[in-house]
Unconditional design. Structure first.
Length: 193
């Protein structure tokens, strides 16, 4: 896992631990929500000044986040970024059309994003997916996942992302966790948990 992804994870975990929405976080920190979204998706690396503002906001909200640790991860990520400049002549998967779940608002839309990812990966057969997964996930499980409008099991999702060649699965697993938490809250409100 890259340090950019680790940094994004630290920010997300801290924000969620104090139940701040992206909008609330943006308002309190003075950093626009689209920038925060790019930082949390590990698409961009914040400047040291912006990172300090974000961490301070989280600490003021009661999050247990260490500036020293975050700053250390940030410095390593900047170093990685410098090394990656050599590879900038090659487009990233996002630039060539790899799908992402960022717009999914519910299980149905998340599964549609998985279907889009399956197409992006060349629409391999369920048998091929099973073989790529080393037999750990059956073809019927993959088929069921892509044909039901409900969130898949986490381990099935991870295997699917791997066999489809997703380079940065964190944004998918983060969205899965968010939607699962959302479903649990909704079910609790209805009294169906």
């Amino acid at each position: 896992m890259s340090d950019r992804v680790r940094l994004a994870g630290q920010l997300i975990e801290a924000r969620l631990s104090v139940s701040l929405s992206m909008r609330q976080f943006a308002e309190r920190s003075g950093v626009d929500s689209s920038s925060i979204s790019r930082f949390e998706d590990a698409q961009r690396l914040p400047s040291s000044e912006l990172l300090q503002a974000l961490v301070s906001t989280l600490q003021e909200a009661g999050a247990n986040i260490s500036w020293d640790l975050v700053h250390q991860i940030h410095n390593r990520a900047k170093s990685e970024q410098g090394k990656a400049l050599v590879n900038d002549m090659y487009p990233s998967r996002a630039e060539v059309g790899e799908t992402a779940p960022s717009e999914a608002r519910n299980a149905r839309e998340f599964v549609q994003a998985l279907r889009d990812l399956h197409i992006w990966a060349g629409k391999p057969s369920m048998r091929t997916l099973e073989a790529r997964a080393g037999g750990h996930v059956s073809k019927s499980t993959f088929h069921k996942m892509l044909n039901e409008d409900r969130l898949p099991r986490f381990d099935t999702l991870e295997a699917f992302l791997k066999v489809c060649g997703v380079q940065y699965p964190d944004m998918w697993t983060r969205k899965w966790r968010f939607l699962t938490r959302d479903q649990d809250v909704t079910a609790a409100r209805r009294g169906t948990v």
